[in-house]
Write a protein that binds this ligand. Sequence first.
Ligand code: ADP
Length: 325
Amino acid sequence: MEIKTIGILTSGGDAPGMNAAIRSVTRSAIFSGFKVKGIYRGYRGLIDDEVADFKTQNVSNIIQQGGTILKTARCKEFTTEEGRKRAFEVMRKHEIDALVVVGGDGSLTGARQFASEFDVPIVGLPGTIDNDLYGTDHTIGYDTALNTIMWCVDRIRDTASSHERLFFIEVMGRNAGFLALNGAIASGAEAAIIPEISTEVDQLAELIQNGFRKSKNSSIVLVAESPVTGGAMGLAERVRNEYPQYDTRVTILGHLQRGGSPTAQDRILASRMGAAAVDALLEGQRNIMIGDRNDEIVYVPFNKAIKNDKPIDRELLKTLKRLSI
Ligand code: ADP
């Protein structure tokens, strides 16, 4: 089937750099002679027929903006067969022949399901601050979120050291410790509590105690938000109960981490990946996610990207431990 029109949508959690991806897909597609339709509010907008013609001007002046001009949504209806059938009908109505979906694990799971039922070539772009998609070294938004975390922790450190406090700072990451671990290294934190590695309160206390004994007057621990870690609140509570001598405080960075102007790295990654998505469709590829491995663009089948857990680099854990003495 010849592709004439490409639809683009952003779905699930927003991430800085999604706009750079929308811009790149739109302009690369138009450059190659395709028509482009912007689909608002992710799968929700596909079902509700929120579709607009996209020209090069629609994506002017957005590369520096966080969030997504196409908006994003979570859509329960798309998880039903009937919802996806309706989405396909709307695609037909607008003569959209192929889709580019920018989103995280959930959005790409939806894309894979959709593509298995209807004859729709779909290319996914990894758009999530969590960096938790297998087959790509980086996801769009991760670098910006990491820099935001570093910026925040730098500021918390000033007050932590002035008051000689122990701070637990909760960062996002769902079930992945990339933000917590790399955030800890970038900000010089003492430890990272991540879902991939179980850490007992005793171990943590020992580490902190060692630090305090060796003339440190404050400590910062980054905690990945996850039921496995118990989050910063849960962990601080446990440490407080067992070690009341520490003056502990908790900061949850929350949605601060999602916003802001994307870093150069995220803008470039999104621009490269957007162009690669259009190239992939031109080559007749379908049902793949664009990834970057060792700075090269790769095609990752949806099945691999979604089903596999991306491992964290254990060397980084060792590095963090060595640097926290
Ligand atoms: P993210 O893409 O950031 O991981 P979500 O997990 O919320 O975000 O997923 C975004 C959307 O993708 C959901 O609201 C839903 O519409 C769709 N989706 C997720 N999982 C499935 C699935 N198994 N089948 C169909 N659609 C799904």
